[in-house]
Write a protein that binds this ligand. Structure first.
Ligand code: NAD
Ligand code: TYD
Length: 341
């Protein structure tokens, strides 16, 4: 019989979109999970309703910037692995007000690493984004060796955090790995991001704001594929390394909006071209050679199937959506789109 102690993972930001999908994906593994989340507008405990009573899961409300709280959790629960999902994650909000992006994404990351160094952990995984590489023209893809060149306040804050993680690894032998993923979609995504925003507006026949010409390209990945990639990097990635994770599904925004409208049987006349996002990145595309050859990870979802499954999830979970689009969301929508929704 194995006498090895069950590992305990501290997941920060686990009440958000990707973190909650990650926790659900690994909850039946032989691990304990502590979820530390501040519950900002994007954090939602109903994302984890189905698993909240599991004996290997515990939720703690709090800020990753709190040294006392993070140190207490690391000691009290004898944390082995820390995965940092916690962030301010929306580009448009970073254009409206960037300050929370720098406190959570940069100072929060530094605090987690300082506390983890003091308490000694086996591995730290920083969940990052392909947006740190900037924007591509028509050709080429982002590799791990592509120089970082962020363009938005959001991506600049994620880049600062990534650079700090690499510096801690270099200077202190801090046992960190970084994943950089492309645009996620799937269940429980907050409807400020393109796919759930379009689904939500289309369901209620509201106009759909497409920035600029709609020709910008994103490389979409189903959130469950991303989460499998993160787990595989956590377990088998090399310390000090960056791993890109991507869906190999490049689509223009306008094509994507039309796919959703077609699935829902809604008219293209709902599309409204609006003023472009300032500094709007043109194209993202990820080269997955490293993670697929070293860790044998590839995306499993085909984009069309994953998108249809996601649309169906939103149709089946109108209560979840209704709860979110009240209050704060309405104010944000009005400010961002200058439209009364
Ligand atoms: P999200 O906005 O849905 O969730 C973020 C979570 O972090 C929320 O639950 C929020 O309450 C929590 N949080 C925010 N500030 C906090 C703080 N100071 N202390 C503790 N918790 C805090 O974001 P998401 O889409 O799930 O993204 C998760 C991570 O993945 C982020 O780091 C993001 O940069 C990265 N990422 C996202 C995408 C994407 O397409 N969504 C793609 C690549 C990488
Ligand atoms: P988003 O989901 O915000 O992700 P990111 O900016 O991190 O890539 O946006 C995806 C794409 O959709 C991006 O090119 C901006 C565009 N977009 C719109 O055209 N209209 C919208 O209302 C939103 C939110 C995004």
């Amino acid at each position: 019989m194995s006498t090895e102690r069950v590992k305990t993972i501290l997941v920060t930001g686990g009440a958000g979109f990707i973190g909650s999908n990650f926790i659900r994906q690994i909850i039946d593994e032989n691990v304990n999970i502590i979820n530390l989340d501040k519950l900002t507008y994007a954090g939602n405990l109903s994302n984890l309703k189905d698993i909240e009573n599991k004996s290997n899961y515990k939720f703690i409300q709090g800020d990753i910037c709190s040294q006392d709280l993070v140190s207490f959790i690391l000691k009290e629960y004898k944390i082995d692995y820390l995965i940092n999902f916690a962030a301010e994650s929306h580009v448009d909000r970073s254009i409206l007000d960037s300050s929370p992006f720098y406190s959570t994404n940069v100072l929060g990351t530094l605090n987690l690493m300082d506390c983890a160094r003091e308490n000694g952990i086996e591995r730290y995984l920083q969940v990052s984004t392909d947006e740190v590489y900037g924007s591509l023209g028509k050709e080429g893809k982002f590799k791990e060796t592509t120089p970082v060149s962020p363009n938005s306040p959001y991506s600049a804050s994620k880049t600062a955090a990534d650079q700090a993680v690499l510096a801690y690894n270099h200077t202190f032998d801090f046992p960190a790995v970084i994943t950089r993923c492309s645009n996620n979609y799937g269940a429980f995504q907050f409807p400020e991001k393109l796919i759930p925003l379009v689904i939500n507006n289309a369901i209620s026949s509201k106009s759909i704001p497409v920035y600029g010409t709609g020709e910008n390209i994103r490389d979409w990945i189903h959130v469950e594929d991303h989460c499998r990639g993160i787990y595989s990097v956590l377990m088998n990635g090399k310390v000090g390394e960056v791993y890109n994770i991507g869906g190999e599904s490049e689509v223009t925004n306008i094509e994507l909006v039309k796919m959703i409208l077609e699935f829902l049987g809604k008219p293209e006349s709902l599309i409204q071209f609006v003023k472009d996002r300032p500094g709007h990145d043109m194209r993202y595309a990820i080269d997955i050679t490293k993670i697929s050859s070293e860790l044998n990870w590839t995306p499993e979802y085909n984009f069309k199937d994953g998108l249809e499954k996601t649309i169906q999830w939103y149709l089946d979970n109108t209560d979840w959506l209704e709860n979110i689009i009240s209050g704060d969301y309405k104010d944000y929508y009005k400010q961002q789109y200058s439209i009364d929704k």
